[in-house]
Ligand binder design. Structure first.
Ligand code: COA
Length: 211
């Protein structure tokens, strides 16, 4: 059985492990330090981050939802480890879409995610359960779409944005995509009807900036 290194030992890392198993991999979880390794109460091998160089012949993914941490790990091991894409078999893809996602690295697509077509996806994005991504959307690097987030067509999501569970982003148009500035968080259940500033937090219906 092929092995897959999964950075992280949180609940999300285990969910990523489920996808790995579904795809025929044997997960090896990677703890940051000894205390994290000791705290792991589940079946499955856990190694320390300091040991990953002994595993360079296998693929890796980063099972950590926090975008900035995912980015730090990706940078720390850039050029040393091979970060594969994990696409759950139940995800669906519009015409040519799957190929363009498979050309990226470190992407995690959970069960039930739906991509339509002409979507540009950056590296190391997390597309959690049942998220939907409409036509002509741009999703930059290190974005996290939480479960059931719905991104309408012609939206541009900046780097490291977090779109909360069940949030909806209304559509932009062909000339002007609705832009969510980088490092912005959209609260769970919110409905975004217009562009959002970078480094901000928006909540509610319609979503308003609170931070
Ligand atoms: C938006 C969010 C990040 C704000 O967290 P925070 O910065 O700690 O903010 P607070 O909890 O202090 O809330 C600030 C205010 O916004 C309100 N608020 C927070 N989240 C909200 C939401 N999703 N919708 C509507 N209002 C919300 C709070 O009620 C509070 O209002 P008040 O000032 O009138 O009391 C967080 O609430 C959230 O929704 N996170 C996403 C969770 C998620 O999707 N997880 C996915 C796991 S896979």
């Amino acid at each position: 059985m092929k092995r897959l290194g999964i950075f992280g030992t949180s609940g999300f890392a285990r969910e990523v492990g489920d996808i790995a198993v579904e795809l025929g991999y044997q997960p090896i979880y990677i703890a940051r330090d000894q205390s994290e390794q000791d705290a792991w109460p589940f079946p499955g091998e856990v190694i320390l981050e300091s040991q990953v160089n002994d595993y360079r012949d296998i693929g890796f993914t980063i099972g950590i939802g926090e975008n900035v941490i995912r980015q730090k790990i990706a940078k720390r091991f850039a050029g040393q480890l091979s970060f594969i894409n994990l696409l759950h078999p139940s995800a669906t893809f519009g015409q040519n879409q799957r190929r363009s996602i498979e050309a990226k690295q470190g992407i995690i697509v959970c069960a039930g995610v739906r991509f339509t077509n002409n979507i540009q996806v950056g590296d190391f994005g997390v597309f959690n359960l049942n998220a939907t991504i409409g036509h002509d959307v741009i999703v930059s690097d290190f974005v996290n779409l939480a479960p059931g987030a719905h991104i309408s067509g012609n939206v541009h999501i900046g780097a490291r944005c977090w779109i909360g569970t069940g949030a909806a982003i209304n559509q932009g148009n062909g000339n002007t995509k609705l832009h969510i500035g980088e490092d912005t968080v959209i609260g769970s259940g919110s409905v975004v009807v217009k562009a959002c500033e970078p480094n901000s937090v928006y909540v509610g219906i319609p979503a308003k900036r609170i931070k």
